[in-house]
Structures are given as structure tokens and as C-alpha cells.
Design a protein around this ligand. Structure first.
Ligand SMILES: *[C@@H]1O[C@H](CO)[C@@H](O)[C@H](O)[C@H]1NC(C)=O
Ligand SMILES: *[C@@H]1O[C@H](CO)[C@@H](O)[C@H](O)[C@H]1NC(C)=O
Ligand SMILES: *[C@@H]1O[C@H](CO)[C@@H](O)[C@H](O)[C@H]1NC(C)=O
Ligand SMILES: *[C@@H]1O[C@H](CO)[C@@H](O)[C@H](O)[C@H]1NC(C)=O
Ligand SMILES: *[C@@H]1O[C@H](CO)[C@@H](O)[C@H](O)[C@H]1NC(C)=O
Ligand SMILES: *[C@@H]1O[C@H](CO)[C@@H](O)[C@H](O)[C@H]1NC(C)=O
Length: 402
């Protein structure tokens, strides 16, 4: 009894005064107002620094549920003393109302985490992180603001052993979640929301990262639901409901002649609902490297425009003079599309546009059954592809039927 009381008093003083040896660090105890108007960034950083510098085995930064906090761009910097850090986003977070009110855009991110290992970020279905991105989207200078890229809402840089769960992120100026240079990441039960016509609002954008699991999430935005960029390997995506948006994309890879690579990607039990693409691999002419071992399995498509697409001519801008057909291409191989069903909003259901220089090889299409929305047989087009198909409608002419 006395022991429990003593413990309760300890926790209360701990939360109220943020003692450095405590394990819970409530941003309100560090001066955050939580009125949705005052800039609370400094209080958040103070609370983070106390949590990160504390010696407990697991330190928790608490963002309480009854408040709305306005944050300017900030980075929660590691490494931390504690092997496990937790951030509980139980309250609402909002960005400045207008892009002119952002304190800086130099970091290309709004809320960043850098070099924190063993980090768990927990959100809530009923509270959200709102990037208030519309003033960026309406800017004709797409993606760029006075020399800075538009900010990503939640940016994770070099965070190994990272879990993100239950977050709702809305209206990011750019990507909702970016994962860069991280290993062992699980993202589960997230909701990422932006209007269909908002530019560059990727749901989850991954680069230079490996051993990533994305499970049971809803992503409806104006760009890729998930984009897998260069330097990624061992990515599993399961149970993602995508749409509106541009689908789940590997790439684009090989822009400006760069050597870029992605391998071992599994996309399983996902839905593409009214997306402009579904399962997509896109590479630039003139690039180098590879995209290989990429499997899309048990996929439902509902009125998706390009349900299955490989495009080695993603753009012909020829910006650096390397884009001409005579040069090179990112090699695409060992790609499987298995068990697709549903409808396309276009006449065309499958498109493999590969280059003469590096044909797409070992492409498998198996048990794919796609009709047009009004029940007609759609088309499949292809060039420079080797591989096999089995029991699929429409038939892909380049593949040999088993
Ligand atoms: C993240 O989740 C996985 C699987 O649920 C678990 O094994 C791992 O320990 C978690 N990592 C952290 C940092 O909590
Ligand atoms: C992805 O799934 C495959 C097959 O189920 C499994 O072998 C692999 O370990 C998984 N990768 C990750 C990062 O969980
Ligand atoms: C597809 O999207 C429409 C419109 O948002 C929605 O009404 C419908 O329930 C979705 N279907 C599935 C299977 O998620
Ligand atoms: C790309 O640019 C190079 C160098 O400027 C030029 O030689 C080549 O013809 C161009 N290719 C295309 C397809 O425009
Ligand atoms: C492939 O892409 C090129 C360049 O955009 C285009 O000219 C060609 O028509 C496309 N081929 C097919 C089969 O879609
Ligand atoms: C790919 O297909 C082409 C045309 O059918 C054929 O000439 C070539 O030998 C095949 N290459 C491989 C690696 O199967």
C-alpha cells in the first residue's frame, strides 16, 4: 500500500517536474502550452533532450491527448543514453498555417528523428499530425520553396530498430513518412491522408534502408502510397490499403545516369482502390544498376488505371545528356505478379515497356484476372520482356505461356 502510494507520488512528481532520472517526460512539464497557437518546439526539444540524456532503460516522451501542439521544424537528435526511446503522440500536432510562417525549410523536414536507435513511435487513431500542406501544394514552383525542398512530415534518418505504430498523419507538405538509412523498421497501423490532387505527398518513402516491414495500414494521398528508392533491400509490405494515390512503386531508379539498386521486395495482400497505378517499377533511360526479386502477390485492384506496370522509360528528359536509348538501363529481373483480381479503369491492364539494351528478364505473371470496370477484356502491351505466364487474363504477348 505505502509502496504503491510512494510510487504514485514519484510518477506524479516525475511527470510534473521532469526529473532527469525519471522515465516519462511530458512536454507540458517542459513548458509546452498545447493551445494550438503557441510555438511549442522549444519545450518539445527540452523534453526530448532530458529523455534522451536520461539513464533509464526505456525513456518516454509523452505528448498528452487533451492538447494540440504547434511545432516549427525540429529534429529529435540521437544517439541517446537509453537503449530504448519511446515517443507517444497521444495529442494533436499541427504545423504552421501557411508556408510563409515556417521558421525554416532548410532541413526539408518538419518533424525529424536522427540517429536514434531502439525508437518506438506510437500514435493514435483519433489524433493526428497535420502538416497543413495546402499552401505548399498551391505553389506553382512544385516541390521547391526558395531553394529548399518542401518538408516531409515525419523524417527518420539513420534510426535502426525503429517501430512506428498507430500514427495518423494528414496533409503533409511532401512525403508523410520518410525512412532513410535505417535498418530493422516496422511500420504498422498507420493512416496517411492527403487529397488526391496534392502533389508529391507520398505516403511512405524509403531509401537506403533494409529489413523493413510495413503492415496493416491505410494510405490515401496524391502520390505514391509507398515508394521504394535506391539502396533498399528486404522490404515486406503486407495488408496495405492504397488509394487514392499512385500505387506502390519501386523507383524511380537510375535518373541522370546514376547506378541505383533495389532488391528483395514482397508486396502481399494489398488493395489498390482507384489509384493511377498499382504495382509499379519505374526506371530512367540511361541509368545503371538493378531492380530484382520483386514480388507482388494476392493483390486486389478496384478501378486502378495501370494495375501492373514496368516502365524503363519513366522519363525522357535527358537532363544530363545520358537518357538516350543507345546507352544503358537499370536491369529489371525476377519480378512476379501473382494472384491479382479486380478491375482497371483503363483499356490497358498490364504494361511492360522495357528497353532493347537491358531487356526485362524472368518476369512472371500468374493467375492475374483483371477486367475493365464494365466487365470487358482489357489489353496487355509489352516490349523487350522475357518470362512466363500462367492462367492470366489478359494474356501478355511477350511472355511464354506455361
Ligand atoms: C519493434 O517491434 C518488433 C516486432 O513487434 C519487436 O521485435 C522489436 O523489439 C520492437 N523494437 C522496439 C525498438 O521496440
Ligand atoms: C519478408 O517475408 C519473407 C517471406 O515471408 C521472409 O522470409 C522475410 O524474412 C521477411 N522480411 C522481413 C524484413 O521481415
Ligand atoms: C474504395 O474507395 C471507395 C471510395 O473512397 C470506398 O467507398 C470503398 O469502400 C473502397 N473500397 C474498398 C474495398 O476499400
Ligand atoms: C541526350 O543528350 C545527348 C547529349 O546532349 C545527345 O547526344 C543525345 O542525342 C540525347 N538523346 C536524346 C534521346 O535526346
Ligand atoms: C515505351 O515508352 C516509349 C517512350 O516513352 C514510347 O515511345 C513507347 O511507345 C512505349 N512503348 C509501349 C509498348 O508502351
Ligand atoms: C528473350 O527473348 C528473346 C526473344 O524471344 C530471345 O531471343 C532471347 O534469347 C531471350 N533471352 C533470354 C535470356 O531468355
Amino acid at each position: 500500500m505505502w509502496e504503491r502510494l510512494r510510487y504514485a507520488v514519484l510518477v506524479v512528481t516525475c511527470v510534473a517536474f521532469g526529473f532527469a532520472n525519471c522515465q516519462n517526460f511530458n512536454v507540458l512539464s517542459f513548458g509546452a502550452k498545447g493551445d494550438g497557437v503557441t510555438d511549442d518546439s522549444e519545450a518539445f526539444l527540452k523534453a526530448w533532450n532530458a529523455a534522451c540524456g536520461g539513464g533509464g532503460n526505456e525513456q518516454t516522451l509523452l505528448i498528452p491527448s487533451d492538447n494540440t501542439f504547434l511545432l516549427q521544424p525540429l529534429v529529435f537528435q540521437g544517439p541517446c543514453r537509453s537503449p530504448y526511446m519511446q515517443v507517444q503522440f497521444s495529442g494533436n500536432i499541427v504545423a504552421p498555417n501557411d508556408k510563409g510562417e515556417w521558421s525554416s525549410c532548410s532541413s526539408n523536414r518538419w518533424i525529424g528523428f536522427s540517429w536514434v536507435s531502439g525508437l518506438t513511435v506510437v500514435g493514435s487513431k483519433t489524433r493526428r499530425i497535420d502538416g497543413r500542406g495546402s499552401s505548399f501544394w498551391n505553389n506553382p514552383n512544385q516541390g521547391n520553396l526558395g531553394g529548399c525542398d518542401w518538408p516531409t512530415s515525419l523524417h527518420f534518418q539513420s534510426c535502426n530498430n525503429l517501430n512506428i505504430s498507430g500514427m495518423t498523419s494528414a496533409n503533409s507538405p511532401r512525403n508523410h513518412i520518410s525512412i532513410s538509412g535505417c535498418e530493422q523498421v516496422t511500420i504498422s497501423d498507420v493512416n496517411l491522408l492527403a487529397p488526391e490532387d496534392s502533389p508529391n505527398t507520398d505516403g511512405i518513402d524509403i531509401s537506403a534502408s533494409s529489413y523493413i516491414n510495413i503492415v496493416n495500414s491505410y494510405i490515401g494521398t496524391g502520390d505514391d502510397c509507398i515508394a521504394i528508392n535506391t539502396g533498399c533491400a528486404n522490404i515486406n509490405i503486407t495488408g496495405v490499403n492504397c488509394g487514392p494515390g499512385h500505387g506502390i512503386s519501386v523507383g524511380s531508379l537510375g535518373a541522370k545516369g546514376f547506378k541505383e539498386t533495389v532488391e528483395n521486395v514482397q508486396v502481399v495482400d494489398c488493395t489498390f482502390n482507384r489509384t493511377t497505378n498499382g504495382a509499379r517499377i519505374k526506371t530512367w533511360p540511361g541509368g545503371q544498376g538493378y531492380a530484382r526479386n520483386i514480388h507482388f502477390k494476392r493483390i486486389t485492384v478496384i478501378n486502378a488505371r495501370n494495375p501492373i506496370i514496368i516502365d524503363q522509360y519513366y522519363t525522357n528528359d535527358n537532363q544530363s545528356g545520358q537518357a538516350s536509348e543507345g546507352n544503358s538501363a537499370v536491369a529489371i529481373s525476377h519480378v512476379k505478379f501473382i494472384d491479382f483480381e479486380g478491375t482497371t479503369s483503363d483499356e490497358e491492364a498490364i504494361k511492360f515497356n522495357c528497353s532493347k539494351i537491358t531487356r526485362c528478364s524472368d518476369i512472371t505473371v500468374e493467375k492475374v484476372q483483371i477486367t475493365t470496370a464494365d466487365g470487358k477484356l482489357p489489353t496487355a502491351t509489352c516490349q523487350n520482356v522475357n518470362g512466363t505466364s500462367l492462367g492470366s487474363v489478359p494474356l501478355v504477348p511477350c511472355l511464354s505461356e506455361l
